[in-house]
Design a protein around this ligand. Structure first.
Ligand code: ASP
Length: 343
């Protein structure tokens, strides 16, 4: 057990020690970073997700799934807005028979009276078997995990979005979507990431997970003000990802990406933005269509503002609705794995 929070943070950041603090008995316990998953873990998770969705389609399958987490109680603490992540966690929990409580108004909790993260989550752990947490503070889920590990009732914590830094379950469902669409052949692909990569936790966790594959080339198109910090790029390069930066879409599109991953400008972090949306250099404009073959996948973690116009709905590579549906099954697979259940 780690004595101080700083020691815990360092262990989570350290490639060699991360597993010893976030995994138990060969299974994920806390889920705080996409980097805590190795290639073999992804294979296992994706097979479980496939198995769960197959079971649901069988006669009595939905009823069988209900038995998996029957009697377990999950609290989904959402301190920032969410549609897909929150609802797909709830759907996954309910499909597996757990009870799913959503606490989305933190002003209505004792956190607003100044209660510490430690006391708040230890209280929740008295009533629930798992805490799913989204919070604007990068460290909320990390601190919650640390505090619970030191308590007499340690329950797992899953980050559903940590500030600007991590969104591990979004990354898992994004890679699961690529894995499905490419029939398992993710190695050797060229991927084009577009937008506010410095502040977009979904894009960051996704890029990190690309290090689990070999021969990946990553083109990042972003305004210099939104560029990720050097340490982030260094982690990608150390993980074998070839990274190139561009300030417009065209040069990266001309390199023939296998997938484009667009993101929204993260204006919630700005002081009173004038209007929502990004400038047209980072918008997938209609005139770019001839540069994007039907085999190229188009992903977005959603919500979208103006960067991916609805006119792309008829592009055969558009995978955004698959991402949303896949999110339920990846999260369900993660829940069964954490609790050590086999479907
Ligand atoms: N839904 C994702 C997130 O919560 C992406 C976004 O909001 O842009 O990070």
């Amino acid at each position: 057990m780690n004595s101080s929070f700083e020691a815990f943070r360092e262990a989570v950041a350290d490639e060699r020690r991360r597993r010893s603090v976030l995994w138990r008995e060969g299974r994920p316990w806390h889920v705080l970073s996409s980097l805590q998953f190795e290639r073999g873990d992804l294979t296992h998770l994706f097979q479980t997700a496939d198995r769960l969705r197959t079971i649901e389609a069988e006669p009595n399958g939905a009823t069988r799934l209900l038995g998996l987490l029957a009697g377990r109680r999950v609290v989904n603490l959402f301190g920032q807005p969410s549609t897909r992540t929150c609802e797909s966690f709830v759907a996954a929990e309910e499909k597996l028979g757990a009870s799913a409580r959503v606490l989305s108004d933190l002003k209505a909790t004792s956190f607003s009276k100044g209660e510490s993260v430690e006391d708040g989550v230890r209280t929740l752990a008295c009533f629930y078997d798992l805490i799913v947490a989204r919070h604007p503070d990068d460290d909320f889920a990390l601190r919650a995990s640390w505090a619970l590990d030191r308590s007499e009732r340690p329950v797992p914590v899953i980050s559903a979005g940590s500030g600007r830094s991590e969104h591990p379950t979004q990354a898992l469902l994004d890679i699961y979507t690529l894995h499905h669409r490419w029939r398992g052949e993710v190695d050797g692909r060229r991927i084009h990431l577009v937008g506010d990569i410095g502040r977009n936790r979904a894009a960051r966790s996704f890029a990190h997970l690309l290090t689990r594959f070999s021969g990946i080339s990553l083109d990042i198109t972003c305004h210099p003000d939104w560029a990720p910090e050097p340490a982030f790029v260094a982690t990608l390069r150390a993980g074998g990802v070839e990274v190139a930066f561009h300030d417009r879409l065209e040069p990266a599109l001309d390199r023939g990406p296998d997938a484009i991953y667009l993101t929204r400008l993260q204006q919630e972090w700005d002081q009173a933005p004038a209007e929502l949306g990004t400038d047209e250099r980072y918008v997938l404009r209609e005139e770019l269509r001839e540069r994007i073959p039907s085999t190229c996948l188009i992903l977005h973690p959603l919500p979208r503002v103006n960067e991916l116009p609805e006119s792309w709905e008829d592009h055969p590579g558009l995978a955004i609705w698959h991402q949303v549906r896949n999110g339920v099954w990846v999260r369900a697979a993660l829940l069964t794995w954490i609790f050590g259940l086999t479907a």
